[in-house]
Design a protein. Structure first.
Length: 119
């Protein structure tokens, strides 16, 4: 149970209103309380959580594709110029694909604006 001073401080900094005191979520032994927490807030955070999961899925998929590309380009480089050059090429491509995968995942999962949805 929270003390009165913590509730007052939370209300003072704007986290909760005094009438909406923070109450712990108590779930039955077989229930999972986490999904309820996502949908309890009034700010639309449930859609935000779904967007994060979609972003992570796209990132992982793009990263897997990038890893295969870095591997095969490094393998080709090893056959042509040797293992030292291959290591440099593979590491450079690997870290490049980390960045490229993130940029692509963010671009693909970017929310549509009102103009894009109407057309």
């Amino acid at each position: 149970m929270q003390s009165r001073s913590i509730r007052n401080f939370s209300a003072w900094i704007g986290l909760v209103h005094e009438r909406e005191a923070v109450r712990p979520v108590v779930a039955a032994p077989g229930d999972v309380a986490w999904p309820e927490l996502c949908y309890r807030k009034r700010r639309g955070d449930a859609y935000f959580v779904e967007g994060i999961v979609t972003l992570i899925v796209y990132y992982v998929v793009f990263m897997i594709v990038g890893d295969f590309a870095a591997y095969f380009l490094g393998l080709f480089t090893e056959y042509e110029w040797g293992s030292q050059v291959s290591l440099i090429v593979f590491l450079a491509l690997y870290f490049l694909f980390l960045w490229v995968s993130w940029v692509l995942a963010v671009r693909v999962t970017k929310p549509k604006t009102a103009e894009q949805q109407s057309s």
